[in-house]
Design a binder for this molecule. Sequence first.
Ligand SMILES: NC(=O)c1ccc[n+]([C@@H]2O[C@H](COP(=O)([O-])OP(=O)(O)OC[C@H]3O[C@@H](n4cnc5c(N)ncnc54)[C@H](OP(=O)(O)O)[C@@H]3O)[C@@H](O)[C@H]2O)c1
Length: 333
Amino acid sequence: MIEPVYSAAENRYECGMQYRRAGRSGVMLPAISLGLWHNFGDVDTLSLSRKKLHYAFDHGITHFDLANNYGPSYGSAEETFGQIMKSSFAPYRDELFISTKAGHDMWPGPYGNWGSRKHLMASLDQSLKRMNLDYVDVFYSHRYDPETPLEETLQALVDIVREGKALYVGLSKYPLDAYLFACRYLKERDVPCLLYQGRYSMLVREPESQGILNAVKESGSGFVAFSPLAQGLLTNRYLNGIPDDSRIARGGFLKKEALTPEVLNKIQALNERAAMRGQSLAEMALAWLLKNETVTSVIVGASSVEQLGDSLKTLNHLSFEEEELHAIEKILM
Ligand SMILES: NC(=O)c1ccc[n+]([C@@H]2O[C@H](COP(=O)([O-])OP(=O)(O)OC[C@H]3O[C@@H](n4cnc5c(N)ncnc54)[C@H](OP(=O)(O)O)[C@@H]3O)[C@@H](O)[C@H]2O)c1
């Protein structure tokens, strides 16, 4: 059956989505954003990708996070997004905040990776074509490159904004010192770092322990948390074994070795805590991140519309009692 032409839900901004300011910028992002790292490649069904993207936008998700090599295959998540951009989202371009990144392995040879000006410029041009866009809202340096002078990477970001190919820039997974240097460099050129994107969840606490969250707050960037559900560990997915259709079973980045007896015990205890709050584990895990006002948005992944719907229910109950937080810390110790 041919799907009808998309028309966005009229009540999309009245569904309970909260919008939070990205640091000290003018930009508001939805508290929950959707990432296309997994589940939107050419190995996935286009109709399901379309349904998830429509559902997200219909429920107030305005921010979609991509990167050059999301798939598999590399580039195919951007192609999927580009198809939906053309067929559904084109009339809504100004309501969308779209990011992409470069810096991880993308094409063969010396220019297909890392932080050179050559790689960043060429990669963004490719991304814009795949996504059917004239510009992205944020362009990220996807990772710190210890071999390339940081000034080269940063000046490429500045020039990309000057050329109008990105409205803002961001940094992902940068160590603290490099982030602080980058913030100063970018600010002096009137292209402040809008967003720091880091892995952060109840199970992964480095942004706290490495001082990133404090630095981001002081520098005036926003912080967006990726893999906020620890790739599915902080959900009901693995409470009773490894489902055949799960990320672990499909052999992605999440390995079955990650599901140690210790982690399983923690997940089960957290799941009981979540039930006491009347939430799913996924909802509680996202609420726990969003209690920190430095966290502008959590970028979730989803292999089904139902998962996305469940994650969005988080917004119905974000607050925690002190006693609950203590109990959660005890479980996580
Ligand atoms: N900057 C970087 O280097 C970087 C790195 C990684 C990710 N990211 C960004 O962060 C985004 C999210 O990463 P992620 O996919 O690892 O996020 P995640 O939200 O931690 O994990 C997503 C997975 O969790 C499961 N899930 C999600 N919601 C669920 C729910 N409500 N109930 C049960 N299970 C649920 C699904 O697993 P199943 O597939 O098993 O169903 C889903 O694929 C990426 O798409 C990307 O945009 C950035």
